[in-house]
Design a protein around this ligand. Sequence first.
Ligand code: TYD
Length: 212
Amino acid sequence: MKKGLFISVEGIDGAGKSTHVNFICEYLESKGKTVVVTREPGGTPLGEQIRNLLLHSTNMHHNTELLLMFASRQELIEKIIFPNLKDGICVVADRFVDASLAYQGAGRGLGMAKVKQLINLLEPGLTTDLTFLFNVPLSIAVNRIAKNRNKDRIEEENEDFFTKVQNAYLDIAKAQPDRMKVINTNRLKSETRNEIIQHLDYLLDKQNDAPL
Ligand code: TYD
């Protein structure tokens, strides 16, 4: 049996990522796929408790933040991602390891090497088949975040932080263009959706052509 597709969705806060997660799931379902959607940090009972710590604690050390992100992720991988992929079910992840590289590695300044060490230590073989990087000019994202009255601990960060995060995401996309697709969300939603469909169709065709 073919393994399920693993797709993740990334972008800085305010880039419009969440709007498109549902669309991706609906489109895959319309093509006959069974889909499970996850979110990080969180996505499991223990992971949601860790999410609460991550987003609402005060005065957390950056290394603690990094380790908690990976603790939450480990639960998700073992309890949701691996079992579903093994059963041929598609997993659409609202954030995965690229978020740790961009936010903790670059945004917090912990460095890519440290984050990559954790990736290699925990689940070296697990990479996404496709990652969408939703991207808007920083000023638009920052404006959207500013309008949100219930900002979490990470959304409280300044423009300099989000510049580093966004640049790191774009660097990853440049280095891995086959896996990570940059999607400009500063335009009509229908245009964004058409681009998403093209990438999904390509991936679905590739999966159909692959030997069993
Ligand atoms: P987010 O997807 O923005 O949740 P929501 O859309 O519900 O607000 O994720 C919450 C925050 O967690 C976001 O600011 C990015 C941050 N984050 C990291 O810093 N590192 C990570 O590895 C992950 C998965 C998320």
